[in-house]
Design a protein around this ligand. Sequence first.
Ligand code: AGP
Length: 614
Amino acid sequence: MCGIVGYVGPRRALDVVVEGLRRLEYRGYDSSGVAVIGADGLQVAKKAGRIENLDKELATRSITGSTAMGHTRWATHGAPNDRNAHPHTDASGRVAVIHNGIIENFGALRAELERDGVELVSETDTETVAHLVAAQLEAQGGSLADALRAVCRRLQGAFTLVLLDAQEPDVVVAARRNSPLVLGVGDGETFLGSDVAAFIEFTREAVELGQNQIVEIRRDGYVITDFDGKPAEGTPFHIDWDLTAAEKGGYEYFMLKEIQEQPAAVRDTLLGHLVSGQIVLDEQRFDQQELRDIDKVFIVACGTAYHAGMIGKQAIEHWTRVPVEVEMASEFRYRDPVLDRQTLVVAISQSGETADTLEAVRHARDQRAKVLAICNTNGAQIPRESDAVIYTHAGPEIGVAATKTFLAQVAAVELLGLALAQARGTKYGDEIIREFDDLCSVPDAIAEVLTVVEPVRALAREIAQSKTILFLGRHVGYPVALEGALKLKELAYMHAEGFPAGELKHGPIALIEEGLPVVVVMPSPTGRPLLHQKMLSNVAEIKARGARTIVISEADDSAARNLAAHFIAVPSVPTLLSPFVTTVPLQVLAAEIAQARGCDVDKPRNLAKSVTVE
Ligand code: AGP
C-alpha cells in the first residue's frame, strides 16, 4: 500500500506532488521520490526514509516543471533503501515509473530482460515495467499510453502504475488493476492520487478509475481506455470529505478504515505465492531438505500476533503432523526451551520490532534453530535476523489495535503450513492447490461479513456499559475468542476474558449472571459436528443461567440461532479459515463499544503500536 500523486497543470508541479505525498505518508513511509518533466527534461529525486529526507535532497537540486509524479513507498519486494525507492527509470532515463501493488510474474519478466542484456539496478518488481515500456517505445514507437497498454497486457497481479516519458512532457499516464487510483479534475489542471487526500485542497471533482483501465491526464482533461485501447469510462464523484476525513477514507478513525481494508490485506498477502502449482515463500535461506528435517515448530509472538500463531498451530499440525507449540515471546527464552537444528521457530510480528519477540528470535538463533519471520514491515529487525521471511501485505496499520495485520498474519501462517506440507509431502500437490484456492476465496467472505455488521454496531451500543463481556470458543474459535477479548480490553478499557468453552464448567461458569453478555464463536455444524454439539451444550448452560448469548455462526446454523439472544451470521468457510470471518464482527463490536464509551479508537491509552522494550 503506497502513496501515489500525479499532476499536470500551471502550478509548480513539484510543490503539488510533494505536498500530496505528505498527506499520503500514512500509506507508506519507507521511502519517497518524485519525477518531474521541465526545461531540463525528466528529472528524478528519491530517498529512503520519511519525506523529510526527500525534502533535503530536493533542496540540493533545481527541479522545475509542470508535469510530475510522486510516490511514498510501503516496501513489498526489495528492502527500503535509496536504490529500491520509486520512481524507477529505464537505462536511458527516458521513462520513469511508480507503482503500488505486486506484479506476480515479475520474476519471469526480470529474467527476460536480463536475457536481453538489460541491467536491473534494484530488487523491485516495479523496475521491470520501466524497461519493458521503454523497450516497447523503442521497438514500436507510438505513445506512452500505447506502450503501457501493451505492457499491462503482460502483467499479472495487482497494480497501480504511473509513468512519465521525457518525450511526452505534457502528459502523465497511469494504469490500474485491483489497486486504487482516482483522478482530480481541476480548471486547466488534472491530478492523480491513490486516494483523494492527494489533491483534495485543489479540487473536489474526482473520477474513480475502473479495473484494467489506462488514463492519460493533461492540463485540459483526461482520456480513459481499457488495456486494448477501447474508450472506457471512469466514475465521476464529488468529494464531500475534509482533508482529515479523506486521509481516513471518510471514516472517523483509521482503525475503522483498516477493518474495511481486510479483504485487500489478505488478498495481497497471498498474491504471488503459488507459482506453477508450487507454494513459494518471499525469502527463504533454507532448502527443501532442511524443511523436511524439521521435527518441531515453535511459534513465538505477542498479543494479537500470538492469537494468529494459535490458529497457525492448528493448520500446521493438521497439514503436516509436525508438533507445534505456541509461546508468548516474553516467556519463551526464560523457560529454556529445547531447541536444535531440526527446530523451526516462527516469529510473528507486524512491526518486526517487538522486543519480546526479537529476543526470542535471538535466543532461537543462539540454539541453532531455524527462524522464519512473518512480518508486515519490510526490512524490520526481526526479518533481518531471520533465515526466512513471509511478508504480510496489509500496508501500514495506523490504528494501534491490530486488525488487518491480524488477518494477514493468519493468511501468512497458513501459507507456511502449506509450504511445509509441500516440502514434507504430507499433502498431495492437488490438495495444496485446493487449500490455497480456498485461502484465496477468503477476501470475498470477509467482504461479505463487512456488508452485514450494522446489527453488530447496534448491539455494541446496547451492551457498551456492561461491566465485563466473556468470549467463548473451541479449536480455532478459541484464539478468535481471545482476540475479541483483547480488542475490547485495549479499545474500550473494559474487562473482558476469552475462554476455551470446555473450561467453563471448571470454574468460569460461576461468573455467569443475569444479563451478562457472552460472545460465543461457534464451530461449523458441518465442519466440526461433534465440537458444534458440545458448544451448543455450553451455550444452553450459560443461557440457563441468564447469560445474554451473542452467537457467531454460519447462517443456516438453526440450533445455534435458537439459543442466541443475538445471532451474528457469517459465511460458511472451511474450518481452518473460519477465523477470517468470525473475527470481523468482534473487531466491529469492540470499536463500536469504544466509541460509545468515548475512547480514542486509534490511540488507546497506555498503548503503543510497537512495543520495543521488554
Ligand atoms: C494488538 O491489537 C496489540 N496492538 C498488540 O497486542 C500487538 O499485537 C502486539 O504488541 C504484537 O505486536 P507486533 O505484531 O508488532 O509484534
